[in-house]
Design a protein around this ligand. Structure first.
Ligand SMILES: CC(=O)CC(=O)SCCNC(=O)CCNC(=O)[C@H](O)C(C)(C)COP(=O)(O)OP(=O)(O)OC[C@H]1O[C@@H](n2cnc3c(N)ncnc32)[C@H](O)[C@@H]1OP(=O)(O)O
Ligand SMILES: NC(=O)C1=CN([C@@H]2O[C@H](COP(=O)(O)OP(=O)(O)OC[C@H]3O[C@@H](n4cnc5c(N)ncnc54)[C@H](OP(=O)(O)O)[C@@H]3O)[C@@H](O)[C@H]2O)C=CC1
Length: 283
């Protein structure tokens, strides 16, 4: 069955971007979060992105309105009752994700595919709490979603070929490039990216250089668009820590131990751009 109606769970930086690209591609989108204020923040970001597209002449005002009109509000998972696909983008925590998937499994129609945008958690373990593990899959978008072309597509142990193909096809509809990756902690993107970021934090912690110098080396020396500490702030330091913990626990190698400085910043509530302060301070 063709996908028409999509629920996106979590109106944070990833969920709002995913809702935007789905609505732009013509899907009917229900954007869900637990609180009205988070939903308002998410739709605010989408509106800002679309307004920038209008200013730059990439969209007309009417196209912007049409995209916004395809996104409806939900503060209750029971709204998943008639969707074809759910893309979950809530906080990176196994207990939260498993409880969402368990609930969704009881609500969503039998044919519905349940996808997760997890950046590192095993898809098979999330799928195991449902009665439909063959219809659970990883659909890992990159941040900022409207700009980045990659979607890692990850099958759980039981995911069928049919479900994989449906998600691969939809990713192309969203004007993104699907890349198939096996179900191991951190997949490919974060297995490689996060240890680099963690090492940059160690370099700062050990006083090898200032934060600006570390970022300059990687920007000017390796042509990275953002230095690793700026990128960590952009991803969210809480999400970076969750990913390092999942790599450490899941792969059991001490090379993935999170830097104590990262733990300290998260404990202080310095989560990066989204909280106004991380390695850098934001307005
Ligand atoms: C943690 C995980 O699980 C996986 C991940 O996602 S890891 C993170 C992966 N992402 C990255 O590595 C991003 C690295 N950074 C970059 O690629 C770039 O710095 C960037 C695209 C974010 C910004 O690019 P820039 O050239 O420095 O800035 P800027 O000129 O403002 O933006 C470039 C374009 O992106 C758009 N853009 C920037 N930020 C955006 C956002 N948050 N949302 C939507 N569009 C955005 C801008 O509108 C601009 O578009 P046009 O050129 O068409 O007008
Ligand atoms: N940041 C990044 O660069 C990337 C992140 N990801 C993944 O995407 C997911 C979301 O990350 P990101 O958008 O950055 O995080 P954010 O913290 O920006 O957003 C998460 C949102 O989900 C909400 N939420 C938490 N629990 C629930 C729930 N039970 N039901 C509905 N909504 C809930 C949060 O509310 P509250 O604020 O109250 O907690 C918040 O609004 C994570 O799995 C992350 O690993 C994937 C690719 C890149």
């Amino acid at each position: 069955m063709a996908i028409q109606k999509v629920m996106v769970i979590g109106a944070g930086q990833m969920g709002s971007g995913i809702a935007q690209v789905c609505a732009q591609a013509g899907y009917d989108v229900i954007l869900n979060d637990i609180k009205q204020e988070f939903w308002d923040r998410g739709i605010g970001v989408i509106t800002k992105n679309l307004s920038r597209d209008v200013e730059k002449g990439r969209k007309t005002e009417a196209e912007k309105e049409a995209v916004l009109n395809r996104i409806s509000k939900s503060l209750d998972l029971r709204d998943a009752v008639d969707v074809d696909l759910v893309i979950e983008a809530a906080t990176e925590n196994m207990d939260i994700k498993q409880s969402i998937f368990k609930e969704l499994d009881a609500i969503a129609p039998q044919h519905a595919i349940l996808a997760t945008n997890t950046s590192s958690l095993p898809i098979t373990e999330i799928a195991a709490v449902t009665e439909r593990p063959e219809q659970v899959i990883g659909m890992h978008f990159m941040n900022p979603v409207p700009v980045m072309k990659l979607v890692e597509v990850i099958r759980g142990l039981a995911t069928t070929d049919e479900v994989y193909k449906e998600i691969e096809q939809m990713t192309i509809q969203l004007e993104k490039t699907p890349v198939e990756v096996n179900d191991f902690p951190g997949f490919i993107s974060n297995r490689i990216l996060l240890p680099m970021i963690n090492e940059a934090i160690y370099a700062l912690y050990e006083g090898v250089a200032t934060k600006e110098a570390i970022d300059d080396v990687m920007k000017l020396g390796m042509n990275h668009p953002m230095g690793p500490l700026t990128l960590a702030d952009f991803i969210g330091l809480d999400t970076c820590l969750y990913i390092m913990e999942i790599l450490h626990d899941g792969l059991g190698d001490s090379k993935y131990r999170p830097c104590p400085l990262l733990r300290k910043y998260v404990a202080a509530g310095w989560l990066g751009r989204k909280s106004g302060r991380g390695f850098y301070v934001y307005e």
